[in-house]
Design a protein around this ligand. Structure first.
Ligand code: NAD
Length: 253
């Protein structure tokens, strides 16, 4: 059911939150636009400017790796300046209050951790872009190391331990999903009684399967997004408004 206006949407959401014992939020890029990070699919979003580089292309081509890193460096001021918005802070308040045991996110921006979630309680389906990893041995590198290496050699860095390419710690199209995160997200979706899909176009699979899974396992499903999604039909409540406006009233002290 679509909330007729923002006020009644917030009221119904408040009732559902009060009635729930275990809430699992599932967030997408839309929760971070208020923090200044563009999403993928909105006009002006990242995809209107750059075609994504699939994983096999990254592995096969040094030119693709150089381009991927140039794009990442170009985004650095944006990621470095981003601070949690009202959506992040509202969820962090519910986490502190014990209503939310963990959060499942498609986002790679680290803002849920910055808002107060323990890193172990943030299930990152698509990884994290605030650091890098070797795609061979998994060794982690910080951005300053990558930047220095790029500037010294003029190109994308390889691992100093095993010589395989170093990539942001994110999951690209064509790259295997992280098994542990997928298992945890599945369990959380199955065990909650309220599932909140926030700021996701729900078109990237397999991540987009979690709202449906939660609903099929008996949870109430709320979708908060400023444009329609394909799963609106199965949701108990759809709030088609701005996320900051919708979740602002749930930010605690
Ligand atoms: P998406 O871009 O496909 O969808 C975002 C949705 O949020 C859109 O439907 C848009 O209309 C809506 N939205 C944007 N701002 C909003 C606001 N203020 N209020 C309400 N709705 C708003 O993003 P997605 O579904 O997360 O999937 C795409 C992939 O994008 C994910 O894999 C994610 O890793 C990646 N991504 C992440 C970030 C980030 O970490 N912040 C940014 C861009 C892309």
């Amino acid at each position: 059911m679509i909330a007729p206006d923002l006020r009644s949407g917030v009221e119904q959401l408040g009732d559902m939150i009060a009635e729930a014992s275990t809430i699992i939020p599932f967030t997408g890029a839309g929760i971070s636009t208020e923090s200044g990070i563009p999403d993928f699919r909105s006009p002006g979003g990242l995809w209107s400017r750059n075609r994504p580089i699939p994983f096999d292309e990254f592995v096969a081509s040094l030119e693709a790796r150089n381009e991927a890193w140039r794009r990442r460096f170009a985004m650095e001021p944006t990621f470095a300046a981003a601070r949690p918005g009202r959506g992040h802070r509202a969820l962090a308040s519910l986490y502190k209050a014990g209503k939310i045991p963990a959060i499942v996110t498609q986002n790679i921006d680290n803002l849920h951790q910055m808002s107060g979630f323990a890193a172990d309680d943030v299930v990152e389906l698509h990884g994290n872009t605030t650091y890098a990893r070797c795609i061979g041995c998994g060794r982690a590198y910080d951005m300053a190391w990558v930047k220095r290496s790029f500037e010294t050699t003029g190109g994308a860095p390889d691992c100093s331990a095993c010589d395989e390419p170093v990539k942001t710690a994110t999951i690209s199209f064509g790259q295997a999903m992280p098994e542990d995160a997928m298992r945890r997200a599945t369990e959380l979706a199955q065990q909650c009684d309220l599932f909140l899909a926030i700021g996701s176009s729900l078109v990237v699979w397999p991540a987009a399967g979690f709202p449906m899974l939660a609903k099929n396992c008996g949870a109430r499903l709320v979708i908060i997004n400023n444009e329609p999604t394909e799963q609106d039909d199965i949701a108990d409540l759809v709030i088609r408004h701005d996320i900051g406006e919708t979740l602002g009233p749930f930010v605690g002290n």
